[in-house]
Design a binder for this molecule. Structure first.
Ligand SMILES: *[C@@H]1O[C@H](CO)[C@@H](O)[C@H](O)[C@H]1NC(C)=O
Ligand SMILES: *[C@@H]1O[C@H](CO)[C@@H](O)[C@H](O)[C@H]1NC(C)=O
Length: 384
């Protein structure tokens, strides 16, 4: 784990070099544009450049921009901000294959106090993973399991009562007890029952399923549509619905794999296409090494084009990078790209926080998770 000491910034001349994490550029900025030793000025968006650590080789410095170009357009994105920035909360789905499993041993629930810490840092969306096998009794279309649902609801309410959005994430890969879910009517019934529980909470977001993969493409379309239909039929009409695609809902393969999902319909017109993107060589999110400093943008630019071409909204439901400067530049580029395209990108969620991640390479669990320690100062500058 790396710690960032604040370097003393004392030099002669009119402007001292900007200190660690300080602003160093952006439209309207009149202060210094040079960072102290060991830091360099990295553009976050047109309005904000920041001194980021260890980056003497990363001289993507932006000078203070004083031209008066046209004001940015795009409604919510006008200030160059995303609607949502947050974290996946992962622990209630742990103990995969051990169902129902034992509370406190196989699975647990997110820590409300560390979620509050993250909310205080500015994060406003939390995607809460859970196991379908635990929340229903016996089968996809079975009755809900009250005990697990109650505990999940406690977590969800802790998030939404604090003003943030909570995403219900059945972390099932389109499967139940390991078998691909093929009954769209059972899936619709599942979502109908679950949405009924949350229909009066407008800060809840329904995520149809985590990372469909190796499934018939039409089935993925039909399961997503069944979920939408079940949710709306429950009377949950105010909430956003996140739909996911095949191939682990990867942004980098979206434009060749999931194009049929453009046909999804929602009477409330609140569908958001959730894509995931990691920056390691196989895109699996299992290595702390990123392919290159540009890989963030490279892997999502095709998805951006798809969203624009189809008039859709997207969210990066999972992303992460290792605690090193190459990944940091790649993550910065990725987030800048989302901000620059906030007409179609609504936000992003880091993978992952949760009390059981230990020394996991991306852990965003306060106070000392590896990802939190390294990335919080950067990520929160993108919070709405
Ligand atoms: C729910 O949480 C309580 C502790 O608050 C725990 O005793 C119980 O075992 C949990 N049940 C499930 C199914 O998660
Ligand atoms: C599809 O997406 C990939 C990854 O972002 C991109 O490299 C490629 O150019 C895209 N292809 C088309 C036809 O848009």
């Amino acid at each position: 784990m790396k710690s960032f000491a604040i370097a003393a910034a004392l030099i002669g001349g009119a402007l001292a070099d900007q200190g660690a994490w300080a602003q160093c550029g952006g439209i309207g900025w009149t202060g210094g544009t040079k960072c102290v030793s060991g830091y360099s000025c990295v553009k976050s968006n047109d309005y904000y450049s920041q001194c980021l650590p260890g980056a003497n080789t990363l001289t993507t410095s932006t000078k203070a921009v004083t031209t008066s170009g046209p004001a940015p357009t795009g409604g919510a994105g006008a200030a160059g901000k995303l609607r949502w920035l947050g974290v996946s909360e992962s622990v209630a789905e742990f103990g995969s294959g051990t169902y129902p499993g034992t509370y406190g041993k196989d699975f647990y629930f997110p820590d409300s106090s560390t979620i509050q810490t993250l909310i205080q840092q500015g994060y406003n969306i939390f995607r809460v993973a859970f196991a379908m096998e635990r929340i229903v009794q016996g089968s996809v279309g079975g009755a809900l399991n009250t005990a697990y649902l109650t505990n999940l609801t406690t977590t969800i309410n802790a998030i939404t009562n604090a003003g943030a959005y909570a995403v219900l994430d059945p972390h099932n890969f389109g499967r139940f007890n390991g078998a691909i879910i093929t009954s769209t009517s059972d899936f619709q019934s599942f979502w109908n029952k679950l949405a009924t529980q949350f229909k009066s909470n407008s800060k809840v977001i329904f995520d149809t399923n985590n990372e469909y993969h190796d499934m018939d493409q039409t089935l993925v379309l039909n399961l997503n549509q069944a979920a939408i239909n079940g949710i709306r039929a429950a009377g949950a009409t105010s909430q956003y619905i996140f739909v996911e695609g095949n191939s682990y809902t990867g942004a980098w393969t979206w434009n060749t794999t999931n194009t049929n999902l453009a046909a999804l319909t929602d009477p409330q017109n609140k569908i958001v296409y959730e894509m995931h993107q990691y920056l390691d060589s196989d895109g699996s999110g299992t290595s702390a090494t990123c392919v290159s400093a540009n890989i963030g943008v490279q892997r999502i630019v095709g998805a951006t084009q798809w969203l624009k071409a189809n008039g859709k909204q997207g969210v990066l439901g999972e992303f992460a990078g290792g605690a090193n400067s190459v990944c940091q530049t790649a993550v910065t580029g990725l987030l800048d790209h989302l901000v620059q395209n906030s007409d179609v990108w609504t936000g992003a969620l880091w993978w992952a926080a949760g009390p059981w991640w230990g020394n996991y390479i991306y852990s965003f669990e306060p106070p000392s998770g590896t990802g939190y320690s390294y990335y919080n100062s950067l990520l929160k500058t993108y919070a709405p």
